[in-house]
Design a protein around this ligand. Structure first.
Ligand SMILES: [Zn+2]
Length: 317
């Protein structure tokens, strides 16, 4: 079946949440068996395995789902964002979320393929892969001379490496912490005692709705990897981080923006009322802060719930 490459927003959403599950019969697809994304005869988006491929009337694309990490997160996943007061006012003022350019996020491993000491292994793999591709490219009557194979394979490797480096500068990220409740560690990190700040509580679904269901923004669970043993995936490196950061339990929204001008970040418009299920003033902030917070929100004519931090609950004995 010829693929048309036609993608509607609904099909994109379906693919993102399906991964290795046939959406027709709920079968878990066997590893290394491609899924089919497309439409039924009446235009309904559909994502199926070989098991139900006869339901497809128009094939949009094959999906080699195991090439990517499983980044799915349930729509009701609780997400948190801790920030100082200035950043929160910025959000209210702009009615937009700041997506930071990946190479400026402060983690040198953002978008990395692996650790430097294993670069040789990685490059060797791709060099062999490209050599083989050049050697066996269709339409050749005689195999190309070794010198040409080497030249082409090295050129392709250089291009591949440059793409990885460029992706760090064209990916923009909004980071969220997945947790069922507050984290004292994150309060101390982002709003240490005597400073003022807030946490925003939301859900994965509310976040997506707040930025208008834009399917060009990818929301996904960060994968924490031991780079001494593995490399990041080639298609979704921006969702991989070092295992030592796994306490962050991060879910991130990633937007891409190409072009000559490299901004430090981009503002993505959001419906703040949809985004914030509640706003929690820092438990370490002085008493007057709650009033200031409440007055500030009112001044922007936004209706938000302010909830007391669970860290302020009193014990009994
Ligand atoms: Zn099926």
């Amino acid at each position: 079946m010829q693929s048309t490459g036609r993608f509607t927003d609904d099909l994109r959403r379906l693919v993102a949440r399906s991964y290795n599950i046939c959406q027709c019969c709920s079968l878990t697809l066997p590893h290394e068996i491609a899924a089919y994304a497309g439409y039924t005869f009446d235009g309904t988006p559909i994502y199926v395995g070989q098991c139900c491929v006869d339901k497809i009337d128009e094939l949009a694309t094959h999906v080699y789902w195991w090439w990517e990490a499983d980044k799915r997160c349930e729509p009701d996943t609780c997400l948190w964002r801790y920030m100082d007061f200035a950043k929160f006012v910025g959000l209210l003022e702009a009615r937009a979320l700041f997506f930071c350019r990946a190479d400026l996020l402060g983690d040198g491993f953002e978008g990395a393929a692996g650790i430097a000491e294993r670069r040789g292994t990685y490059d060797q793999f791709y060099l062999d892969f490209f050599r083989n591709a050049v050697r066996t490219a269709p339409g050749q009557t005689v195999p190309p001379p070794t010198e040409q194979v080497e030249h082409e394979a090295h050129r392709l490797l250089a291009e591949f490496t440059a793409t990885g480096e460029r992706d760090r500068k064209t990916s923009f990220v909004s980071c969220w912490h997945a947790n069922t409740g507050e984290s004292e560690a994150l309060w101390r990190l982002y709003c240490p005692p005597s400073t003022v700040g807030v946490a925003i509580e939301t859900t994965a679904q509310a976040l997506v709705e707040a930025y208008g269901n834009d399917t060009k923004i990818k929301l996904g669970r960060v994968q924490y990897v031991d780079y001494r043993r593995s490399f990041a995936g080639i298609h979704d490196r921006i969702f991989w981080k070092r295992k030592s950061l796994s306490h962050e339990a991060e879910i991130r929204a990633v937007a891409t923006q190409h072009g000559e001008q490299l901004d430090a970040g981009i503002l993505i418009p959001v419906d703040v009322e949809k985004l914030c299920k509640s706003v929690i003033p820092s438990p370490f902030a002085p008493d007057w802060f709650v009033n200031v917070l409440s007055a500030t929100i009112k001044r922007f004519e936004i209706d938000l719930d302010i909830t007391q931090s669970e860290l302020l609950a009193e014990p009994f004995f």
